[in-house]
Design a protein around this ligand. Structure first.
Ligand SMILES: [Zn+2]
Length: 419
């Protein structure tokens, strides 16, 4: 699993501190990937100078993240390095538009397992899990208060003392700017915009907190334990109230200059025709544009198209059940939704040539009803060579992908902040 903790309130990615942190992470990555590499092996894997590797290993040994032992390999004395599994427990908190989910795990269990090639290990076992509804448009303090209560319940249920909690990962359905830590727009959590969520949550929960966008956390979880374990170039799609993506380029999650890469929901797919609700001109998006993918393909749009027809509020699970039972309008809406997503993805595939697209989020439960038309549209709108052989598959971790990603993020935090 790629090591990946966003620097909290740290200097930006291009600064000396950002570079040191990036190098530290590359060394940890290399050690985790290889199991027990030599320092020379780490230098070869990372491209870092042997002296730099030696310095970083010494620092990580000092804080208890690594052990280094002298051993003999191939007749030569070498320094072999291993990761020390972090002690204690970590928690993941996944905030949605109207829900919050909390998962608790042993920190050591968040480390990647060695598996046969292409076969991911089972996901990190959660020792306790809680889920609750949140009011629409909730503020930061309300959301954190609810999460704190659920976290206490989870700790009590698992019989874990609060002092054993060493880190928390938080997922938000909004972009998070790595330069400032601020939750950005367009998010679907208006009460959180502009807030330094890691700092605020850290103060409220009394432990180190790392925060990231939920689509990115879904990507991390699927890389560690799911449908992205065996590919180096891929896209994870989150199709829920909000539409977002996590990009994996050359084996690593790609965050872009500001940390907010992947906002495919705000790619304009049509701005000159009737919008999905049949109005004149495309629907205005919460970001201020017209015709963004999210206005065509979110859960809100799907149920909004069918509720007038059926005369009552609907859930996505009901829409999928009706479609599977042969309800033509539900089938049509899910197929069109897949088509809109596929069109936006076609452009992305032409640019990035991923090997696999993993469909997660609430709409993923539509399975082939959405994925087949999505794939067809992707092929239709991508450069022929770029779309050839691209697999489109459902997320393996389902609705738990984001909370498991938050747990993975917390595990990384525990690994990186010891000592
Ligand atoms: Zn938009």
């Amino acid at each position: 699993m790629p090591r990946y903790v966003q620097p909290v309130n740290a200097a930006g990615p291009g600064s000396p501190a950002g570079l040191r942190e990036a190098n530290r992470r590359r060394v940890l990555d290399a050690v985790l990937a290889a199991g027990e590499p030599t320092q020379a092996g780490i230098a070869a894997a990372t491209g870092l100078a042997p002296a730099t590797v030696s310095n970083i290993v010494r620092q990580l040994v000092d804080v208890g993240s690594l052990t280094a032992t002298t051993t003999v390999r191939g007749g030569r004395r070498v320094r072999a390095v291993r990761v020390v599994p972090p002690a204690g427990h970590v928690a993941g908190i996944d905030f949605g538009h109207r829900h919050v989910r909390v998962g608790l795990a042993r920190a050591a269990d968040t480390l990647p397992r060695t598996t046969a090639e292409g076969v991911p290990g089972p996901p990190v076992p959660l020792v306790a899990e809680r889920e609750a509804d949140l009011p629409d448009g909730h503020g930061v303090d309300d959301g954190l208060d609810t999460a704190a209560v659920m976290l206490d319940q989870a700790l009590a249920a698992a019989g874990v003392d609060r002092a054993e909690l060493v880190g928390v990962g938080v997922g938000l359905p909004a972009p998070v700017d790595v330069r400032t830590g601020a939750v950005g727009e367009p998010g679907i959590l208006p009460g959180w915009v502009g807030v330094d969520a890691a700092h605020r949550a850290g103060r409220r929960l009394g432990v180190p907190v790392a925060v990231d966008n939920d689509a990115l956390l879904g990507t991390l979880a699927e890389q560690a334990w799911g449908a992205l374990a065996d590919v180096r170039d891929a896209v994870y799609l989150k199709l829920s109230d909000g539409v977002g993506a996590g990009l994996v380029l050359d084996g690593r999650p790609y965050r872009g200059r500001t940390g907010t890469a992947g906002e495919i929901g705000h790619v304009v797919v049509a701005d000159d025709a009737g919008g999905p609700t049949g109005g004149v001109g495309s629907t205005v998006c919460r970001c201020g544009n017209r015709g963004c993918l999210e206005t065509w393909a979110s859960t809100t749009t799907v149920v909004g198209l069918l509720e007038p027809l059926l005369g009552r509020p609907l859930t996505i699970a009901e829409v999928v059940a009706r479609a599977r039972a042969g309800h033509a309008p539900s089938r049509r809406v899910l197929a069109d939704t897949g088509g809109h997503v596929g069109r936006a993805l076609g452009g992305l595939c032409s640019v990035l040539t991923p090997a696999r697209v993993v469909v997660g989020g609430e709409l993923a439960q539509a399975g082939d009803l959405l994925i087949e038309p999505l794939h067809a549209a992707l092929v239709r709108w991508a450069l022929p060579g770029a779309a050839e052989g691209v697999e489109v598959v459902p997320a393996r971790l389902g609705a738990r992908a984001h909370v498991l990603g938050a747990v993975a993020l917390a595990g990384e935090l525990a690994l990186g902040t010891r000592g």
